[in-house]
Design a protein around this ligand. Structure first.
Ligand code: ADP
Ligand code: ZN
Length: 529
């Protein structure tokens, strides 16, 4: 096997063909590589699967010296190094999983100019020993992978990334390339600022993933809804199912397994060997369904993931985009399906209320959630909304998302909203009480439950004024009012309270109109054990 060393008088296209075995560059790869090879800084925004790795691997091979790649994905470094070595590229890594001897031998190879690419965990750049090492060797390019980790208000912040500005100060002549698959225009600015990439050229790829069909369904029995999706549309396909909690991961994996699906759990609570085994079975076997928390997936390169299902609401659009982006990397039709309901909104709001960090941090989390909810409740093309979030205009509805395929109906929910909000007002004013969604709905529908009797809620003037709508429809009203900011939840019991703008709906004169999505009919249930 011919060794691909930096001393070869190579140009990028040669390296692409000879070392990586590809015929041509994709999208903006060639431009990016040309810019970095000639010494320029770059900020690259490219969706998952877009081909970011070559953007720094080829400059590392073409320029003299070692390409240093900073990556938070320590667990994947060995795989990345193995993959490069298989191509004849000399690669190594330095991270906390190594013993002293392993580290020493990598350091020596680096100093001797016997490496083309060196992967580095970000925390190592805090160490003087690492900086001394870099001082004594020759670095061809610094690549900062998963660069959004430097954004403090992003969804994936890693404090160690803040240290990376040292690279610019200490090695002003070494070109830097920062790469990420997920960044809004605001995050992009933050990355550029914090990494001192002020002179960098920005390369923003098309974020559209046309082969992914986006669908967001109301949640009633998520595991059975999922099973139906798998049985009807994805029998035998590989896919990822995301759940919020470890317990739900376990339960969902068991449920799928007992219904004949080849499903495995993955979360940070499983021991390391189990996680490694499940991950490698997912990668190597056909048709494995990985049920996981978001601990799973970063850096996973499996081209034929046919579906990604979210059974709980993601915390942000960035997370949603990144997770769904693991589907269909081979370009073939794939499904991004999500089930979402009132309980998700309640749960997420509660998590934000109870989160660490200051008020500003909580407000930021709230904004992330609001954007995610707006995507869930939109009656417009999901893809257009998604791309708009990343600052990209979609000219027309995509024709490959649920709202395009079956346009949702909307209805004037102003009166329903008034009934609901005034029930909350009356409970507060007349009884000094607050309740959660369940009790409010029982009052609106005029149900004589034990709890209604206990609190004598049948005596309220609003009792039964909402009997025209069913439970499910009322839950939909509440969910959408929460998403629109016309209603809020409070405390551990999820009591419903008004917001600053609720009053606009309750005004006697010219009340604010409230448009709501019609709740779709419940889908037929899957045959489950
Ligand atoms: P990213 O890091 O952006 O998620 P990768 O760098 O892992 O994406 O690339 C995704 C896949 O596309 C990989 O399997 C890679 O080998 C392949 N790939 C990248 N560039 C090209 C190219 N120019 N031609 C063919 N395949 C490519
Ligand atoms: Zn669409």
């Amino acid at each position: 096997l011919a060794s691909a060393t930096a001393t070869d008088q190579a140009n990028p296209v040669d390296v692409l063909r000879r070392v990586f075995g590809y015929d041509s560059f994709r999208g903006t790869q060639q431009e990016i590589i040309g810019h970095v090879v000639s010494g320029g800084d770059a900020l690259v925004l490219m969706p998952t699967g877009g081909g970011k790795s070559l953007c720094y691997q080829i400059p590392a091979l073409v320029r003299p010296g070692v390409g240093v790649v900073v990556s938070p994905l320590i667990a994947l470094m060995q795989d990345q190094v193995d993959a490069l070595e298989e191509l004849g590229v000399r690669a190594g890594f330095l991270n906390s999983t190594q013993d002293h001897a392993q580290r020493r031998s990598t350091e020596q190879a680096f100093l001797a100019g016997e490496l083309d690419v060196l992967y580095l965990a970000p925390e190592r750049l805090k160490l003087d020993t690492t900086l001394d090492l870099l001082d004594r060797g020759e670095v061809s390019v610094f690549a900062i992978d998963e660069a959004h980790c430097v954004a403090q208000w992003g969804h994936d912040f890693r404090p160690d990334y803040l240290e990376l500005s040292v690279l610019h100060r200490r090695y002003p002549d070494v070109p830097r390339i920062a790469l990420t698959a997920t960044a809004t225009p605001a995050t992009r600015e933050e990355i550029a600022e914090r990494l001192q990439l002020t002179e960098a050229r920005h390369f923003v790829a098309d974020f559209d993933r046309p082969n992914i069909q986006y669908r967001i369904a109301p949640k009633n029995d998520p595991r059975k809804q999922l099973l139906k999706l798998l049985q009807d549309e994805h029998p035998g396909d590989a896919g990822i199912v995301y759940r919020l909690s470890r317990a739900e991961v376990e339960r969902t994996a068991e449920f799928l397994s007992s219904n004949g699906i080849n499903a495995l759990p993955y979360h940070a609570g499983l021991d390391k060997p189990t996680r490694a085994e499940h991950q490698s079975r997912f990668l190597r076997e056909d048709g494995v369904v990985m049920v996981a928390t978001i601990a799973f997936g970063m850096g996973i390169d499996k081209p034929d993931v046919r579906f990604v299902a979210h059974l709980d609401l993601p915390k942000s659009i960035e997370g949603y985009y990144q997770e769904t982006g693991r589907a269909g990397r081979d370009g073939l039709p794939s499904t991004a399906w999500m089930a979402y309901g009132l309980q998700d909104v309640m749960q997420q709001r509660k998590m934000i209320d109870n989160s660490d960090g200051d008020e500003a941090h909580r407000r930021m989390l709230g904004r992330h959630l609001d954007s995610m909810l707006a995507l869930c409740e939109t009656v417009e093309c999901r893809r257009s909304r998604l791309l708009a979030y990343f600052g990209q205009d979609a000219a027309q509805p995509c024709g490959n998302c649920d709202t395009c395929l079956t346009p949702p109906e909307s209805w004037d929910g102003t009166v329903a909203a008034q009934k609901l909000l005034s029930t909350i007002v009356r409970l507060k004013r007349e009884r000094n009480q607050k309740f959660g969604a369940g009790q409010i709905i029982d009052i609106l529908r005029g149900k004589n439950t034990t709890k209604v009797e206990q609190f004598q809620h049948a005596e309220l003037s609003v009792f039964g004024v909402g009997s025209d709508l069913g439970d499910n429809e009322w839950r939909g009203v509440i969910r959408q009012l929460l998403a629109q900011g016309l209603l809020a939840v409070e405390g551990d019991y999820g009591t419903l309270v008004l917001t600053d703008v609720s009053g606009e709906v309750l005004r006697r004169e010219d009340p604010r109109q409230v448009w709501l999505r019609t709740e779709p009919k419940r889908t037929p249930q899957a045959k489950a054990k």
